[in-house]
Design a protein around this ligand. Structure first.
Ligand code: TRH
Length: 387
């Protein structure tokens, strides 16, 4: 290998490309913090779009010319990849393809670092058989290991940092904590009996019908919408194009407030604080499960509706132990929210099922938490690999 410009030694390198504006960094950032925070490891996160990353993590500091956040070193993954010493273990997130020079440096090591391709989360059963499968590099003496997060004991588990569920319980036991969070987001605590709903989604054609149902309903709803693509759709419902955080509009029983995009820790607290959470993609979908409140998942669209199989696979697992009418209500509502049905009609049943879902989601989260978490699975894997 060439003389290294960067002499620091890292325990983990994580490589991540930003997909579709923003996607995929949520998971990688959460994982990087978990490896550094819970396991005390030196982590370097390579990202091709630092601007997108800074939306997720505005608190980056520069120390001696290095970008640091939450104990993780952040590096721009540019086309001219620098000459660096590879870390002791390497994660290629979602098949993002490591730079050739970096692969060569890995191969030049007397014993090459364990190399993991972190895959997307799926509840499909084939994942069990594919977790830990290997693929030798076609030319270099390197072996890639496929790591599948998931819901069964034969997968690598889910991201869950130490103490998460206790922190959630403490927060949810204190109304003052919820009030303080809302205040910090620029939202006044609503009158008792108001249903708090958070909304994080991709562009959503069905939204206006659902907003109309809430506006016409008997129960007051406070809808909290973090800055993002759906804010415009929400505000258009109120005949307004304003999208600035702090904007608040009312129609009938529905009040909608636009929130700033906050860091992941505060977003978690928002999920803990709300009675229903609309989440999307992968990381917020998992965090809604830890929040143990009723939630609806807007899954990332794939070609030829491949995402429907993924959605139904999760529904099958998640609803297996819910009583029948509530299980049917969740399925119907989630399918409609993802484009297969009438959202407003499905909400009626989903609403009825909310108390049953609340109870179910606590035991669901508890059961998931009994499995090893993804960061610990990775650490264990890398330790075994170098034995
Ligand atoms: O970014 P996403 O749309 O991610 C997706 C998935 O990974 C999907 O599988 C992928 O293929 C697609 O990207 C391209 O949704 P996700 O995973 O929920 O990530 C969003 C992150 O944003 C998550 O970490 C939570 C965080 N977040 C905040 O930190 N603050 C906020 O205010 C909000 C609303 C979200």
């Amino acid at each position: 290998m060439n003389a290294c410009a960067d002499e620091r030694l890292f325990d983990w390198d994580i490589f991540c490309r930003v997909v579709d504006n923003f996607g995929d960094i949520g998971v990688c950032w959460r994982l990087a913090k978990g490896l550094a925070g819970d396991h005390g490891l030196a982590v370097r996160l390579w990202i091709d779009d630092l601007e997108a990353f800074s939306r997720l993590c505005p608190e980056i500091s520069t120390v001696d010319g290095r970008l640091l956040a939450a104990g993780v070193e952040i590096r721009r993954w540019s086309r001219d990849f620098p000459s660096v010493e590879p870390a002791a273990a390497v994660i290629e997130a979602f098949g993002c393809e490591l730079p050739e020079s970096y692969l060569a440096a890995m191969a030049a090591r007397p014993s090459p670092p364990p190399w993991v391709n972190l895959e997307y989360l799926s509840a499909e059963s084939w994942v069990d058989d594919c977790h830990r499968m290997t693929s030798p590099h076609p030319r270099l003496p390197l072996v890639k290991h496929f790591f599948f997060p998931g819901f069964s004991p034969r997968t690598a588990g889910l991201l869950r940092e130490r103490g998460l569920l206790d922190a959630r319980d403490r927060f949810q036991a204190q109304p003052a904590a919820r009030e303080a969070l809302l205040r910090s987001l620029g939202v006044a605590t609503p009158p008792p009996g108001t249903r708090l709903i958070s909304l994080f989604a991709y562009a959503q054609p069905a939204l206006a019908a659902l907003l109309a149902r809430w506006a016409d309903g008997d129960e007051p709803v406070l809808l909290l919408v973090p800055e993002g693509p759906v804010v415009g759709d929400v505000m258009r419902f109120f005949g307004d194009e304003r999208v600035a955080p702090g904007a608040c509009r009312r129609r009938g029983a529905l009040t909608a407030a636009v929130l700033p995009f906050v860091d992941q820790e505060r977003y978690d607290r928002l999920l803990w604080a709300c009675d229903v959470n609309f989440v999307r993609g992968e990381d917020s979908f998992v965090r809604a499960q830890w929040a143990a409140q009723p939630f609806a998942w807007h899954i990332y669209r794939q070609e030829q509706d491949a995402h429907r199989i993924k959605l139904e696979a999760f529904l099958d697992r998640y609803t297996a132990t819910i009583e029948r009418s509530a299980a049917a209500a969740v399925r119907q509502f989630w399918l409609a929210w993802n484009g297969w049905g009438d959202v407003a009609a499905a909400w009626r049943l989903f609403e009825v099922a909310l108390p049953a879902l609340r109870a179910h989601n606590r035991s669901w989260a508890q059961a998931l938490a009994s499995a090893p978490d993804l960061a610990s699975s990775l650490v264990q894997f890398s330790r075994n690999a170098v034995k």
